[in-house]
Design a protein around this ligand. Structure first.
Ligand code: HEM
Length: 233
């Protein structure tokens, strides 16, 4: 599934230097969207973003296809938007129909963190990294094991854990785009994962995916689910 609908690219890349967010800037539970704002592909304050601005940034900078972006944005603006706009912190909205969910790789569950589900948590992220078997890369198998671990942990320790079919699917989808958009061919280096999650920036030698569409997303999520099945056997 290619980028069947095009948006304007970012002409002068030198204008998009990294700047860490200020105390009043709005940030989300998604490291990718935060990185886009930290580089100015989204408004740096992260506030009141029209859907087409987010569509362009996810498509042109991250390589998500037009349709794959549209699907996730439709749900985001429907559940968390206000008057057709979205501030990044609106994505912390936590409910059965929200994109934000429990059992994340780098954030503590809403009810266990006094609603800090949008904030990066170093301890949790270090636990995620500990699933790397060689200490250099996170592979499909490593990420599948981590995903299973954090899901089970939330179910065991969070009496108010919200879980359903859509959340289950979102959990595999996010992990698959991490491995294929930020990483390559189903694995990501620990070094790149640290830059992406801890600093919310793009690795220096990183190149965007040519077009990560609905079909690629399905195949990648399936590979992760198959790896999880092998672990559970
Ligand atoms: C296109 C628009 C996008 C929207 C609206 C969006 C939104 C979100 C939201 C709300 C979460 C929080 C889920 C949770 O509670 O864990 C999330 C997580 C995540 N997103 Fe995005 N996202 C988008 C694109 C991307 C892209 C292009 C990537 C590429 C790598 C990405 C990578 C991730 C990852 C890895 C997580 C999991 C974080 C964790 O578990 O700690 N997202 N996203």
């Amino acid at each position: 599934m290619g980028n069947s609908k095009s948006t304007r690219g970012f002409a002068n890349e030198s204008e998009y230097q990294y700047q860490p967010p200020g105390p009043n800037d709005s940030r989300s539970p998604c490291p990718a969207l935060n990185a886009l704002a930290n580089h100015g592909y989204l408004p740096r304050d992260g506030k009141n973003i029209p859907q087409e601005v987010l569509q362009r940034a996810a498509q042109q900078k991250m390589g998500l296809s037009w349709l794959a972006t549209k699907v996730i944005l439709k749900q985001s603006y429907k559940t968390a938007g206000h008057d057709g706009l979205l501030s990044l912190s609106d994505l912390c909205y936590h409910a059965p129909d929200s994109i934000e969910h429990d059992g994340s790789l780098s954030r503590i569950d809403a009810t266990l963190s006094n609603n800090q589900q949008g904030k990066f948590n170093q301890e949790r992220f270090d636990k995620f990294l500990s699933f790397s078997k060689d200490g250099k890369y996170l592979t499909t198998e490593d990420v599948a094991a981590a995903r299973l671990y954090f899901k089970a942990d939330s179910h065991a320790h969070n009496p108010q854990c919200i879980w359903n079919k859509d959340i289950e699917e979102a959990m595999w989808t996010e992990a698959s785009i991490l491995l294929h958009i930020l990483g390559k061919n189903g694995r990501i280096s620990i070094e790149d994962a640290k830059l992406f999650f801890e600093k919310e920036t793009f690795p220096s030698n990183w190149q965007k995916h040519p077009s990560f569409g609905v079909r690629e997303r399905y195949t990648a999520a399936k590979a992760l689910k198959n790896a999880a099945r092998r672990i559970n056997k």
